[in-house]
Design a protein around this ligand. Structure first.
Ligand code: C5P
Length: 268
C-alpha cells in the first residue's frame, strides 16, 4: 500500500487580472502549503473501491464524480494498470479554498505514479492534473510557487518553511464558480515583488456570498497579532501567519471561543 499526504494549499496572495473568453480568469497567485491535510492510501485490488473516512468524510460523495476517482480513471486511461482500493481520510473542510479536493487528486496521482514507476515530474502526469482542475498541478508540485494563467502555469519560488500559521473556516461551503462570477472585473494590478504585500481579490466577492468571512478576517486582523491575515482561494477558509508559535497559540485559544473550525500548523 502507498500512503500519500495531501497537504492543504494556501493562496498567500491572489490577484485576479482578467476574465477570459473560456469562462476562466487570468490569475497571479502565490501558492504555499502547510503541514496539515488529508491522507490518501492506495493499494492494488481485484475491484475498484473508494472509502472516505475522517472528520469531513461525511461531507463528500464517494461516487464517480469524486476527484480521487476521476484522477484514478484518467491515470488508467493514460498509463494503464489494474484496479485500486483507495481510502481518503478527510481532514480538510470541503469547498473551502484550501484545495482539499485538488490535494486529494494530486496525492492519488502521486501514489499511482509510484506504484507504476512513473516519475513524479512526468509531463503527462501534469497534463492529467491540469485537466482535473486549476489547483491540481500546484498540488502535484507540492511546493511554494507563483501561479499564472488559470493557476496552472507554475514558477517555483523560495518559501518560508516553519512559519507558524492558523487556518480558520466558519463552516460555510463556498462555490468557487459563484465567487468568480461576482468578481467586479476591476484589475487591481500585478502581484509585484513582495506578494505578501498583495491581496486576495476574491475576498470582496466571497463576502457577498458568505458575509461571515468578513467577521473571520476582522478577528484575525484586529485581535490576533498576526503578521498577515487573508482569505485563501475563493474562501471561506482564512489564514493568519505569525512571527512566533507563542503568538499563534494565543490567537488559537482566542479563536476557539468562536466555535469555528481552526487548525494550528506551519508553512512547508
Ligand atoms: O478549475 P476548477 O474546476 O477548479 O475551477 C472551478 C471554477 O472556478 C471554474 O469553473 C471557474 O468558474 C472558476 N475559475 C475561474 N478562474 C480560474 C479558476 C477557476 O474562473 N482561474
Amino acid at each position: 500500500m502507498i500512503v500519500e499526504e495531501a497537504p492543504a494549499k494556501l493562496n498567500l496572495a491572489l490577484h485576479v487580472r482578467a476574465r477570459r473568453a473560456d469562462g476562466y480568469h487570468e490569475l497571479e497567485t502565490l501558492f504555499a502549503f502547510v503541514d496539515f491535510g488529508d491522507t490518501v492510501r492506495v493499494a492494488p485490488a481485484a475491484q475498484a473501491s473508494l472509502i472516505i473516512t475522517g472528520p469531513f468524510g461525511a461531507a463528500l460523495s464517494d461516487e464517480g464524480d469524486n476527484l480521487v476517482t476521476r484522477a484514478a480513471t484518467r491515470f488508467r486511461e493514460r498509463f494503464g494498470g489494474g484496479e485500486y482500493a483507495i481510502e481518503l481520510e478527510k481532514h480538510l473542510p470541503v469547498a473551502s479554498g484550501i484545495g482539499g479536493g485538488s490535494a486529494d487528486a494530486a496525492a492519488t496521482l502521486r501514489a499511482l505514479a509510484r506504484l507504476h514507476g512513473i516519475a513524479l515530474d512526468d509531463p503527462a502526469l501534469f497534463g492529467i492534473a491540469d485537466a482535473l482542475g486549476s489547483d491540481v498541478p500546484v498540488c502535484l508540485l507540492g511546493r511554494t510557487a507563483i501561479g499564472r494563467g488559470r493557476g496552472e502555469q507554475l514558477e517555483p519560488v523560495p518559501g518560508r518553511p516553519g512559519t507558524p500559521a492558523l487556518l480558520v473556516n466558519p463552516g460555510v461551503a463556498v462555490s468557487t464558480a459563484e465567487v468568480f462570477r461576482r468578481w467586479d472585473g476591476v484589475d487591481r494590478g500585478e502581484l509585484g515583488s513582495n506578494p505578501l504585500e498583495g491581496r486576495n481579490d476574491l475576498e470582496a466577492p466571497a463576502i457577498t456570498v458568505a458575509p461571515v468571512i468578513a467577521e473571520v478576517l476582522h478577528i484575525l486582523s484586529e485581535q490576533c497579532g498576526a503578521m498577515l491575515s487573508r482569505m485563501s482561494g475563493s474562501g471561506a477558509t482564512c489564514f493568519a501567519l505569525f512571527d512566533t508559535e507563542v503568538e499563534r497559540g494565543a490567537a488559537h485559544i482566542a479563536l476557539r471561543r468562536t466555535g469555528w473550525w481552526s487548525v494550528a500548523t506551519t508553512l512547508r
